[in-house]
Design a protein around this ligand. Structure first.
Ligand code: FE
Length: 282
C-alpha cells in the first residue's frame, strides 16, 4: 500500500453560471485545471435567494456527464423529454448527457440555504454520442456508514472498504468507474480509505480542517491526489467534511465550448449546428 500525497491545489474562485447563480468553481475554471476525467467542479452555497433564485433555465449538454449532489435545498430538474425529478437534501442526480440533453435546473424555494455540488465527468470518444440516461437517487438510497471513531460516509458511487465492511454505492454502470463519497470526519479523527491506483482523483474540503498524508488541505479547493492506492486523512479539532472523488482517466484530447465537450473542433461545431437545428438530442 502507498499513500497518495497532495499533487496540486486548485483553489476555487467566485463565479456565476446559469441565469446568475453564484458559485465557487475550482476544477474547470480554465482548461489547464482539469483532472482527467473531471472537467469541472462547482460548489454553490448561499442563504441569500438572490444568489440562486434565477436557477439554470433551459440549456444543452453533449459529450459528458453531470453529477448534482444536493446538501441543502430543493432543485427541480426537467428535460426536453418531460423527465422530471426533485433533488432533495442528500439526493443525487447522475446524468449522462451523451449525444444530447436540453434541460433546466430550478430552485424550488424562495428562502433558506441552497448548498451542493455539480461535477462534470468526461466521456471517452466511444461513448460521447450514446443516448442520454439518468440515475436519480433519493437521499435514502445513498449508502451510509459510520466507524468506531465517529467518522461517517455517504457513498454515492464506487466500491469502498470502510469500517470493516465492503460497501458499494448505488450509482452503477458508469463509464469511468467513479468513486464519489461524502466523508465526515470526527474531531481529531483519522481515516484511511483505499483509492484504486488506476484512478485519478481529488479531495474537496468544504467544512473544518483536514490533513492528507500530514499535509493540511486548503478549504474550498480541489486538492489533486498523487499516485498511490489509499488516502490517509486526519481531521482538525472541529472535524472535517469533504468530497473524495476519483475516476479512470480518458487520455483523449478535450475540446470544450461551454456545455459541449468533444474531442475535436469539428465535433463541437457539429454540436452547435445540431443544437441550432433542433437535432442535438437525436
Ligand atoms: Fe445542466
Amino acid at each position: 500500500m502507498s499513500d497518495r500525497q497532495l499533487r496540486r491545489v486548485i483553489p476555487s474562485i467566485d463565479s456565476a453560471d446559469g441565469a446568475g447563480v453564484r458559485l465557487r468553481r475550482s476544477i474547470g475554471q480554465r482548461s489547464s485545471v482539469r483532472i482527467d476525467p473531471f472537467l469541472m467542479l462547482d460548489m454553490f452555497s448561499s442563504d441569500r435567494p438572490d444568489d440562486y433564485i434565477a436557477g439554470f433555465p433551459a440549456h444543452p449538454h453533449r459529450g459528458f456527464e453531470t453529477v448534482t449532489y444536493m446538501l441543502d435545498g430543493l432543485m427541480l430538474h426537467r428535460d426536453h423529454l418531460g423527465n422530471e425529478g426533485l433533488l432533495r437534501p442528500g439526493g443525487v442526480q447522475w446524468m449522462t448527457a451523451g449525444r444530447g440533453v436540453i434541460h433546466e435546473e430550478m430552485p424550488q424555494q424562495e428562502a433558506g440555504l441552497m448548498r451542493g455540488f455539480q461535477l462534470w465527468v468526461n466521456l471517452p470518444a466511444s461513448e460521447k454520442m450514446k443516448p442520454a440516461a439518468y440515475q436519480n437517487l433519493e437521499p435514502e438510497q445513498i449508502v451510509e456508514a459510520q466507524d468506531s471513531q465517529g467518522n461517517r460516509i455517504r457513498l454515492v458511487a464506487g466500491a469502498l472498504a470502510f469500517a470493516g465492511q465492503q460497501l458499494v454505492g448505488p450509482v452503477s454502470g458508469i463509464s469511468r468507474q467513479p468513486l464519489f463519497v461524502d466523508v465526515m470526519l470526527g474531531a481529531g479523527a483519522e481515516l484511511t480509505l483505499p483509492v484504486p491506483r488506476n484512478l485519478s482523483g481529488f479531495i474537496y474540503l468544504f467544512e473544518g480542517a483536514v490533513a492528507l498524508g500530514g499535509q493540511p488541505l486548503q478549504l474550498q479547493a480541489a486538492s489533486e491526489l498523487g499516485d498511490g492506492d489509499r488516502v490517509s486523512l486526519r481531521a482538525g479539532e472541529q472535524g472535517a467534511r469533504l468530497l473524495l472523488v476519483a475516476g479512470e482517466p480518458i487520455g483523449e484530447p478535450v475540446v470544450q465550448y461551454g456545455p459541449f465537450v468533444m474531442n475535436t473542433s469539428a465535433e463541437v461545431e457539429q454540436a452547435l449546428r445540431d443544437y441550432r437545428d433542433g437535432r442535438l438530442t437525436g
